[in-house]
Design a protein around this ligand. Structure first.
Ligand SMILES: Cc1ncc(COP(=O)(O)O)c(C=O)c1O
Length: 478
């Protein structure tokens, strides 16, 4: 036993001597090298064997006695006081854990993938290299100075009130949203908003309708909740209601994801009427309305009438930066308390300091200036990409609606989408595919080419690669 102790003790490398000895003894007991009621060497003996001081061994024995591993019997010695349950000769490796039905539903979605940054043509990335770091840092310092410990405790699950007020003002002015600050809920992401709504409003097998093609993050949140998702077709006016009933409908009326169509006023009124008649919820994902380049964005569906059944949401991931982890959701007054209680059992609330900094950033007008600058920047980058497509990428690609957003959706007329995407990734080009955004067999090949996070030079050199790839492909398949 003394030899094995010595070996084990020498391998227990981290921590002080007493902690190392405790660790060695715990391991020897839990692995069965020392068994129940086995007597340990006296502290003097063990100190000699391990070249330690007797005080260290005494301290380790006392520590393990207080933890329940050892028992010290007056003038009779120190004994192992716990019996480890008998183990099979070999412990099987846990390589296929059993999940709940909900767990299996979550895994079946494949999860959500966030875009790498900056990487041509990752979709949905804002330009982070032009972020006003100096202003942000200044506000961060002054918020920490003025609020101090007020932003270090637990916060309201619905969000930090000054941010809720600033978001309500911003949404009323620039998106025509009708709400009081009390209806604004601050969350970590649009994804969390969708998850929270699925949790509170859906039972397993409830019907949810989504646009086709559509945003996979929303579909995944509803599938994970066990909902039955049905695809709605689109025409030039937006999503068309299906026959029957849905508990919840997910829409991107401002700028359909990913084709860019704006929903007409007639169709918006039709949806509001439909939701009233069917007592259903409409989720309006206002994900990129800040970035419209040709016309002013159409005000929200939520703002069209009072007391509507619309829940409107949006994110700071695109307007500020994704790792900020802040998004907003505007809910009808009747849902506010329920959403707050549900949030309290998810993750409590969003971190207070970033909320306080963001509130100040909005209130001092920096958010509006940042958006103005980014709109100009993205506008010129959108134009550069369009020009490249129109002059160099014919007849392969046709841009769909390109009036806004951080990416340009193109349809692919020649070549196999999956194969080309694979070949592109081998030369370092990311081409987010369009066809997986359809769930029916009607899928269209194409790509969502992110441009906002790329400088004009980066756009041109990514297009060089794409031209080479498509020309080579055309030659080999001729
Ligand atoms: C339609 C849509 N909604 C929401 C999001 C993401 O928002 P968040 O990062 O807050 O989950 C995206 C991201 O690309 C999106 O395309």
């Amino acid at each position: 036993m003394r030899h094995s102790f010595l070996a084990l003790f020498n391998h227990a490398s981290s921590g002080g001597l007493r902690e190392r000895l405790c660790h060695t003894l715990r391991q020897a007991i839990t692995s069965g090298h020392l068994h129940h009621q086995q007597r340990l060497p006296s502290s003097r003996q063990l100190a000699e064997d391990l070249s330690l001081s007797r005080v260290t061994v005494e301290a380790a024995y006392a520590q393990l006695e207080s933890e329940g591993y050892l028992e010290r019997r007056a003038s009779r010695g120190t004994y192992v006081s716990i019996a480890m349950p008998a183990r099979a000769a070999t412990t099987p490796v846990l390589n296929s854990p059993q999940f709940s039905r909900r767990g299996e539903q979550i895994l079946a979605t494949g999860g959500c993938q966030d875009p790498p940054f900056p990487h041509a043509f990752a979709a949905g990335s804002p330009e982070l290299r032009a972020f006003p770091h100096t202003q942000w840092r200044r506000i961060s310092n002054s918020v920490q100075r003025s609020l101090g410990s007020q932003v270090m405790g637990y916060g309201d699950p619905l969000g930090f009130m000054p941010l809720r007020e600033a978001v309500a003002d911003y949404l009323a002015l620039s998106r025509g949203v009708r709400c009081a600050a009390g209806q604004v809920v601050i969350l970590t992401s649009s994804q969390q908003a969708l998850q929270l709504l699925a949790l509170m409003l859906l039972d397993a097998n409830d019907e949810v309708w989504l646009e086709e093609p559509g945003y996979p993050g929303a579909r995944n949140a509803f599938l994970a909740a066990g909902a039955h998702c049905r695809a709605m077709p689109l025409d030039g006016e937006g999503a068309i209601p299906l026959e029957g009933d849905a508990r919840l409908v997910y829409l991107t009326p401002g700028h359909h994801y990913p084709t860019g169509t704006a929903m007409s006023l007639t169709r918006r009124l039709q949806w509001l009427d439909w939701a009233r008649q069917h007592q259903s919820w409409l989720i309006e994902d206002d994900y990129d309305s800040e970035f419209h380049y040709d016309d002013r964005p159409i005000p929200t569906l939520q703002g069209l009438e009072n007391h509507s059944r619309v829940i409107c949401l949006g994110t700071f991931s695109k307007t500020l930066f994704p790792s900020l982890r802040l998004a907003w959701m505007v809910v009808p007054p009747a849902l506010v308390d329920a959403v707050g209680r549900a949030r309290s059992i998810l993750d409590g609330h969003s971190a207070l300091l970033p909320q306080a900094i963001t509130a100040e950033f909005l209130q001092q007008g920096h958010f509006a200036s940042h958006l103005r600058l980014m709109r100009q920047l993205y506008h010129s980058r959108r134009d550069r990409l369009l020009e490249q497509i129109n002059t160099r990428l014919q007849p392969w690609l046709t841009p769909l609606q390109a009036s806004g957003g951080l990416q340009l959706t193109v349809s692919l007329h020649q070549g196999e989408e999956a194969q080309l995407t694979q070949q592109a990734s081998e030369i370092g080009l990311l081409l987010p595919r369009l066809s997986p955004l359809y769930t029916s067999s009607q899928s269209q090949p194409g790509w969502l080419l992110g441009f906002a996070a790329l400088t004009p030079g980066e756009i041109v050199s990514a297009c060089d690669k794409l031209v080479t790839l498509l020309s080579r492909y055309a030659q080999t398949t001729r």
